[in-house]
Design a binder for this molecule. Sequence first.
Ligand code: ZN
Length: 127
Amino acid sequence: MAHSHYDLPSPWTTGFKGRCPRCGEGRLFSGFLKVAQGCGFCGLRYDFENAGDGAVPFLILIIGAIGVGLGAWVLLAFDTAVWVPILVTVPVVILLTLILMPRAKGLLIALQYVNQASDSGTDSPDT
Ligand SMILES: [Zn+2]
């Protein structure tokens, strides 16, 4: 089965599922946030990947903002003791981190792959 850059699977789908950005079948990660060496299905090597970790501090900022907002909302809406929003917010922040980190990283890697694939198809590769 031949894959041109015109029929790549959506990076949103492959990235969020943690699948290979070329075939959508192989696994992208060998660990929680560890990118595998290559796709076990189509053989694509993930050497091109150098953007994924850029998502991590960005995501920590977003999740931190969500956590602070959630904590402030719980504190104001329910007029509770200060430890209650902390008790609510910490697991939410941890859960969001666990859920979003690999997806955001996978998405960035998939987007990077798709961009590179389409660049090399349209531009002269002399850079
Ligand atoms: Zn693949």
